[in-house]
Every structure is written in structure tokens, then in C-alpha cells.
Design a protein around this ligand. Structure first.
Ligand code: HH2
Length: 411
């Protein structure tokens, strides 16, 4: 029987899948390493490159058979700086990094940054998240952080767990449902919320953290930007500080994290919870938040905090419009370029209410859909209220994302 050729696209997300496809067509094993980087196409964005460097990048990329987009003003010699989009295969981008490594105009530094980015892209071994004496294998399977708000006014569960006993019952339930971490918070950060006095925040959270650390085997995280609250919670046995200010609100926080070795979540927020929803606006939301997080990582490392202690979070709902939140979830994988695990908190948030026109108590399916996309884009940690359901959604989504091409004859 005559077989007609079939012409179709195939999906190649990473090098191991490229190798599997090369094996599948029966390519010579010696060619796998050479060809796999040619099978992956990447677009790299570099911001604010000087005029001479942008010109050289364009020339070199063209000479390698790739492409580079620069501002029109670079070609007419009118622009002093330009963003640059490098377009090429992984092999071409690697060759470019070699060609510019010895060049002037800041290109040697750019070469190092490019090599770092490409290595992180190709790296299959990622370290666990170090939280004091625990190591969480967040890259092996998505980790679920269950929310426990000890507040009278949180947007979805305010007032439900502000008695010690009810908080403990809820935490035990979340642990039994598969939570990997319990995140205890004593101050609502919903838009417009007023800050809580230190004494009151301590009164709310410390007894709960003490009891949970005694009872549970999973790590406890403290959702605070105040170093005094974090210090007392760590003393009570917490292992993670979830700082929605990314070390900006309390100058004593960086040294505390460095000294204790606690895990730290660095989250993006525009302004403060009181002001963040007053007409937030971005020219390029992903680039701006990426830059913010990259700078916060540098500050943390300068303060003596190890990279292995850090996790980044784009801060869904913290000073973002509807379209910003949707774009951040859809393009979450771009944050993997920072080389750290990515946490995301979509649970019951108002962007879901805006799309589905549903109140906060009716956003389970919307949360599931957003969480599933986030996991497929590489989210390693998910902060959620509905633990039982979201553990399942995350596991199912990850099983689909992780499935590998099996070359013919291998199974
Ligand atoms: N969202 C909230 C609080 N803390 N921390 C991180 N890292 N990421 C988030 O997205 C995040 C967070 C807001 O949700 P919730 O705790 O349910 O409400 P409230 O702030 O009103 O207590």
C-alpha cells in the first residue's frame, strides 16, 4: 500500500524532547548534541542596549543566519539606545554569546548574561527550595501553599479563622488535603486595606504558628513584611517568610532572612496595598515586573541571602489591571529566566470575578482554570484557599506537561 507523506508541526519545548524526536527519526547518536540546539527556537529581549552594541548584535545575529530587531532609530543613527529582540535557534544564540564575549560597548557583560539565561533554559537539574533545615523539591512537583488568614477582613476568608481553635482545625484539614506549606497571615493585603498594628498582628499569628509548628510536619510560612513578626514566627518554628514587599518595607528583614536561612518569597507589588489599585499602569507589564524581581534578587543576594532560599512571585492582583493579571499568567514561563522557582497566587482573586462575573465564594472553577495554566507555564508553588481541589488540578496539569515523547522502539 502506498503511504502518502504527512506534513505537520511538532511541539518541542526543550532539549530532551528535541533529542527524543531525533532518536525517533533514527538520526546518528553523534548528531543529537549538535542538532538538538538547532531544533529549539528562542526569542531573547534585551532592554536599553547602546547604539553601537545594538548595531553589532544585529550584524552578528544576521551573520549567524538568525535575526535581530532593533529600533528604527538605530538604523538611521538617531537613537542612542534601543531594546533588541534576538531571534534564533539555541545554537545560534550560543554562537552569538561566544562572538560578543570579547567585544567592547558592554557586549562582554551582555554575553555573560546571555550565557546565564541560555544555561538556565537548558538546565534540567534545578536545586530544591532551601527553607532553614528543610529542602522542598518544588521543581519535581508543584507545591501547594494553603492560605490561613487570621484576620477579620481578608477578601475571601476574613473572620472565619480568627479564633485559635478554628484556625488550627482549618490548618490540619489543609495538611490532610495535601498542602505542602501553610501560609499564616495576620494582615489583609486586599486593595485599600489599612495596615495592622504590630502588637495586633503578633497577637493574631504567633499562637497559631507555635501550635502549627508543634503539630504539623509540613513547613509553616509567615505572610508578613514586618521583621518583628517574621522574627517571632521564625522563633516559633516557621521556616518561610512570604514578604509581599520583597524586602522593601522593613530594612531589618534582609539580615533576619540571611541569619536564619529562612525561605523567602519575593513578590511584586506596585506601591502599597492602600495605594496599589489607584490607576496602575504599565508599558510592558512582564518586562517591568521581571526587572523589579531581578533587582530584588540582587538586593537579597547582596544582603547575604543564598539564591537557594529565594522564590519569586509576580503578585497577581497587587496593583494590576485585569489585562495585566491575564497576561502575567499566560506569560508566566518568562519568569523562569530568573532562574528561581516561581510562586503564583490566583486563588479566588477579583480578576476571576471580573471575567466570570461571580462573587468571591463562587470562583472555584475560575481559580482551577487559572492555576492549571500557571502550572503548565512552569509555576512551582501555588498559594490557594481550596487545597483539596487545587492539589488535584495541579497534579493533573503537571502530568500532562511532563509527558515525554517516547522514541519508537524505546517502550
Ligand atoms: N496574595 C495575597 C496575600 N499574600 N502572597 C504571595 N506571595 N502571593 C500572593 O498572590 C498573595 C500573597 C492576597 O490573598 P489573601 O491572603 O487571600 O487575602 P488578604 O490579603 O485579603 O488577606
Amino acid at each position: 500500500m502506498k503511504t502518502e507523506p504527512i506534513v505537520r508541526f511538532i511541539e518541542l519545548p526543550d532539549l530532551s524532547q528535541a533529542v527524543a524526536q531525533l532518536k525517533g527519526v533514527g538520526a546518528d547518536p553523534r548528531s543529537w548534541e549538535i542538532m538538538a540546539p538547532k531544533a529549539l527556537f528562542r526569542v531573547v529581549k534585551i532592554s536599553a542596549v547602546s547604539f553601537p552594541a545594538a548595531t553589532i548584535l544585529k550584524q552578528e545575529m544576521l551573520s549567524l543566519g538568525g535575526e535581530a530587531a532593533v529600533a528604527r532609530g538605530v538604523l538611521t543613527a538617531r537613537a542612542k539606545r534601543s531594546d533588541v529582540l534576538l531571534m534564533g535557534t539555541l545554537a545560534q544564540l550560543r554562537a552569538l554569546s561566544g562572538k560578543i564575549a570579547e567585544q567592547p560597548f558592554g557586549l562582554a557583560d551582555l554575553s555573560e548574561r546571555l550565557v546565564g539565561l541560555l544555561n538556565r533554559d537548558a538546565d534540567t537539574i534545578r536545586p530544591p527550595w532551601r527553607c532553614r533545615d528543610q529542602e522542598l523539591p518544588v521543581h519535581e512537583r508543584p507545591h501547594i501553599m494553603g492560605v490561613l488568614n487570621i484576620t477579620p477582613d481578608s477578601f475571601s476568608d476574613g473572620g472565619r479563622y480568627d479564633q485559635l481553635e478554628s484556625a488550627l482545625v482549618r490548618a490540619r484539614q489543609m495538611a490532610a488535603e495535601g498542602a505542602d506549606i501553610i501560609d499564616v497571615g495576620g494582615e489583609s493585603t486586599r486593595p485599600g486595606a489599612r495596615p495592622v498594628e504590630l502588637k495586633e498582628e503578633l497577637r493574631r499569628v504567633i499562637p497559631v504558628v507555635e501550635r502549627l509548628c508543634d503539630e504539623l510536619s509540613i513547613p509553616v510560612s509567615i505572610d508578613t513584611y514586618k521583621s518583628d513578626v517574621a522574627r517571632r514566627a521564625l522563633r516559633a518554628g516557621a521556616s518561610i517568610v512570604n514578604d509581599i514587599s520583597a524586602l522593601r518595607f522593613d530594612p531589618k528583614m534582609p539580615a533576619l532572612i540571611a541569619r536564619t536561612g529562612a525561605g523567602l518569597v519575593l513578590m511584586h507589588m506596585k506601591g502599597t496595598p492602600r495605594s496599589m489599585q489607584r490607576k496602575p499602569r504599565y508599558d510592558d507589564v512582564v518586562s517591568e515586573i521581571y526587572r523589579f524581581l531581578a533587582e530584588r534578587i540582587d538586593r537579597a543576594v547582596e544582603a547575604g541571602i543564598a539564591r537557594e532560599q529565594l522564590v519569586v512571585d509576580p503578585g497577581i492582583g497587587f496593583g494590576k489591571r485585569l489585562k495585566d493579571n491575564l497576561l502575567l499568567i499566560d506569560r508566566l514561563s518568562e519568569f523562569l529566566g530568573l532562574g528561581l522557582p516561581v510562586l503564583v497566587g490566583v486563588s479566588r482573586k477579583s480578576f476571576i470575578g471580573q471575567i466570570l462575573d461571580l462573587p468571591v465564594e463562587d470562583r472555584l472553577e475560575g481559580t482551577a482554570a487559572a492555576l492549571s495554566v500557571a502550572v503548565s507555564r512552569g509555576a512551582a508553588l501555588l498559594r490557594v484557599h481550596d487545597v483539596r481541589q487545587m492539589v488535584r488540578v495541579a497534579r493533573m496539569t503537571r502530568a500532562i506537561s511532563d509527558i515525554q515523547v517516547t522514541p519508537p522502539g524505546a517502550s
